[in-house]
Design a protein around this ligand. Structure first.
Ligand code: PGA
Length: 215
């Protein structure tokens, strides 16, 4: 199985989301060995889910979840709220660690809350030194220098880092950092990379569709 995870970050308004979904639906044909996970901003999670998840092997994810379970935490979006609306949640993205001060201990709480409410974590690490919580099924390696810079890390280096992680055989190893429709195939030839976490190149549905087609 190859995973293609679209991380829209803090981009797109209602009309842009509608246009993306329309274009994606026109082009996408499900394949047994491809899993697509679209991670929109929270307000679009439900609508995108209704329109995309019947396409086959397309799932919705959130870009984060709260470290609080429920209660008086104005503005937080919890795993409990997202239960049934998303199948996955990105947890520990370097932008959350850097801009919102998320620490490893917060991330473990988030992982446990996600699992409690039936949401599979996509756990992000920046390098081999970041600890990985137990029983992570989708591990995303995203070197900070490669994110949003156009400087994707070489497949050789990515595989070297993977080797140091000693992942369980059932853990999917995802690479993220300036993956696009031109370089994705270079990683897939290694057999060591099980998919991609894609920011910039996922914003345009035709680019994202081309990327998926590289399998
Ligand atoms: P990028 O972002 O593809 O724009 O480099 C990847 C990510 O931050 O998940």
């Amino acid at each position: 199985m190859k995973y293609f995870i679209a991380n829209w970050k803090a981009n797109k308004n209602t009309s842009e989301v509608e246009a993306w979904i329309k274009s994606f639906k026109e082009n996408y044909r499900s394949k047994n060995d491809v899993c697509v996970i679209v991670c929109p901003p929270f307000p679009f999670v439900r609508g995108a889910g209704r329109q995309l998840t019947d396409l086959g092997n397309v799932f919705i994810g959130s870009q984060t979840i709260s470290s609080k379970e429920f209660g008086s935490y104005t503005g937080e979006v919890t795993a409990k709220t997202l239960e049934g609306l998303v199948s996955y949640s990105i947890i520990g993205h370097s932008e959350r660690r850097k801009n919102f001060g998320e620490k490893d201990e917060d991330l473990i709480i988030k992982v446990n809350l996600a699992k409690k409410y039936g949401i599979e974590p996509i756990y992000c690490i920046r390098d081999e030194k970041d600890p990985i919580p137990a029983e992570i099924k989708l591990l995303a390696y995203e070197p900070v220098a490669a994110i949003g810079t156009g400087l994707n890390e070489s497949p050789k280096k990515v595989v070297e880092v993977k080797k140091k992680l000693n992942l369980a055989p059932e853990t999917a190893f995802i690479y993220g950092g300036s993956v696009d429709e031109n370089n994705a195939k270079d990683y897939l030839t290694t057999q060591e990379v099980d998919g991609f976490l894609v920011g910039g190149a996922s914003l345009d549905p035709s680019r994202f569709f081309k990327l998926i087609s590289s399998v």
